[in-house]
Design a protein around this ligand. Structure first.
Ligand code: ADP
Ligand code: GLC
Length: 480
């Protein structure tokens, strides 16, 4: 039996700001129980819903030395859908309405979390063979493990995996502060270790010290070896190429299932979507005050509103797009410039554009189910889950060919009748617009073709069962 502990800053259903939470919450369920015991540890945020907090069991507490003081570490446990989740408690660090407070404060919080995870292991009766770390918040775990936990038999031999969900966020701050916060000796602050352009980077530490590195698609694994996508770490990615693999994400096929979805107006399947899916569209049009018209092409967008998602291309094209016979339904929060941009166009084109500037799981399901197409013209995209959710709901993705979007959306080819979506190569607003217009033509003039694209998309399997076995191979390679 191999024991694996996922360490991360978020996991569904407890706390979610993006795809990281989907992955950390759903992947552990997809390993065969007779060979793998996969558990998860996240912070015990105060904003976790009361229904979960009430069920958590207190296991232990102790005081840990960090940042020149003794800090309280509480450990809680909860079994959810067959998976054991641990929660690291400390009110000072994890109270509040948001999971993140921004750097530099988060650097202190996640140095605490990283060291606390390691320190808590002997108290939870679970000695992992592998600690699987996700993103910069857990980057210090492989570092601490090498630095100060090696003297004890308990820790010696524990392997680490570092998964990059987004190389853009690294947990970088000035070296002196990070030395202070982490208590790591000078030895670690050189360019071949944590030093990053005269500052220090948590993620870099993780990438240097982890035994294996993964990222969430094959194409992104290639891209980050190049300067454009490498965020200053492309050299390290090339140096560690032998230990870096791209494993494409899956989604939870039970959570995202148009046949059983509780949040949507009318459930449907790959067999009856031609008749039934549209009922979701008209219901959503009514709910959002758009013109109610079953025939109009509805384009959905569910996203964090940040530069990564290609929103400047959309901003540039909004007026032109709104001259077409389309509706645009946006659900997202993020940078003020994009929130306001969508609010502006919703005001200007009230019956065509709906700007839902908030976070809502139920509304996201409604958009995936209701829209005809889903727009995701990302500047970069390590994997992307929204396009997979769209495919699952028979909503045709329109994407830029980058990262996981390139690996999961097969461009429509009208000559041989293949493909599951529409895509364009260059980060260029007119290229995006040309692709949207092409999609409009197929939607309005060749509806049978359109529906066949939907058929092919819905027939694809992007559940975890197609890629969880690649993590199994990785773990098997690390421990006998
Ligand atoms: P990223 O992790 O970069 O944000 P992904 O496509 O991997 O992008 O995952 C985004 C996840 O967050 C999806 O599950 C998507 O449905 C969800 N999501 C994003 N914005 C919202 C929102 N405003 N309301 C509900 N869900 C959202
Ligand atoms: C990150 C990436 C996204 C990916 C997600 C889960 O947030 O931006 O592309 O799907 O992590 O791996």
């Amino acid at each position: 039996m191999k024991k694996v502990l996922f360490a991360a800053s978020e996991a569904v259903p407890f706390v979610k700001t993006g795809g990281l939470a989907d992955v950390v919450g759903s992947l552990p369920k997809c390993f065969p129980k007779e060979y793998f015991d996969v558990r998860v540890v996240i912070p015990k945020y105060s904003m976790i819903k009361e229904e979960y907090k009430a069920k958590m069991q207190y296991i232990n507490h102790f005081y840990m030395d960090l940042n020149w003081r003794q800090q309280y570490v509480g450990v809680f446990e909860l079994e959810y859908e067959g998976i054991t989740f641990y929660f690291i408690d400390n009110e000072e660090h994890f109270t509040g309405t948001e999971a993140y407070r921004g750097v530099p404060e988060d650097l202190e919080r996640f140095a605490f979390f990283g060291k606390a995870v390691l320190s808590a292991l002997p108290t939870i009766d679970f000695r992992p063979d592998i600690i699987h770390c996700h993103d910069w918040q857990t980057g210090l775990i492989p570092v601490y493990l090498k630095e100060r936990f090696q003297d004890s038999n308990f820790y010696r031999g524990i392997k680490t995996v570092m998964t990059i969900h987004n190389l853009k966020f690294q947990g970088v701050w000035d070296m002196k502060t990070i030395k202070n916060i982490t208590g790591l000796p000078d030895y670690f602050f050189t360019p071949d270790k944590l030093e990053f352009k005269k500052d220090a980077s948590y993620l870099k530490g993780g990438l240097v010290y982890a035994d294996e590195i993964t990222t969430v698609s094959k194409t992104y694994a290639d891209e980050i070896k190049m300067p454009f996508y490498g965020e200053g770490l492309d050299g390290l990615m090339r140096a560690r190429a032998g230990s870096l693999r791209g494993i494409v994400n899956g989604i939870d096929y039970e959570e995202y299932n148009p046949e059983t979805d509780q949040y949507i107006e009318k459930t449907y399947s790959a067999r009856n979507f031609r008749k039934e899916k549209v009922k979701n569209k008209t219901a959503l049009q009514r709910e959002l005050g758009l013109e109610v018209d079953p025939k109009v092409m509805m384009i959905g967008l569910v996203s964090r509103l940040t530069d990564q998602k290609g929103l400047d291309l959309i901003a540039y094209m909004m007026d032109e797009l709104c001259q077409d016979n389309v509706q645009l339904v946006v659900l997202g929060t993020g940078e003020a410039q994009y929130e306001n941009m969508f609010r502006h166009f919703a005001w200007k084109y009230g019956d065509k554009v709906a700007a839902n500037i908030y976070y809502s799981e139920p509304m996201s399901h409604k958009v995936y189910a209701s829209a005809d197409a889903f727009l995701m013209p990302s500047l970069f995209e390590p994997c992307g889950l929204s396009q997979l959710m769209s495919l699952r709901y028979g909503t045709i993705p329109i994407v830029r060919e980058t990262g996981g979007l390139k690996d999961t959306v097969e461009p429509y080819n009208e000559y041989d009748g293949t493909g599951t979506g529409f895509s364009f190569a260059n980060y260029n607003a007119h290229e995006m617009m040309g692709t949207i217009r092409y999609a409009e033509r197929i939607y309005y003039d060749k509806k049978r073709e359109w529906n066949k694209i939907v058929d092919r998309g819905m027939a694809k399997d992007y559940s975890w069962f197609s890629s969880a076995h690649r993590y199994r191979d990785l773990y098997d390679g690390l421990v006998e």
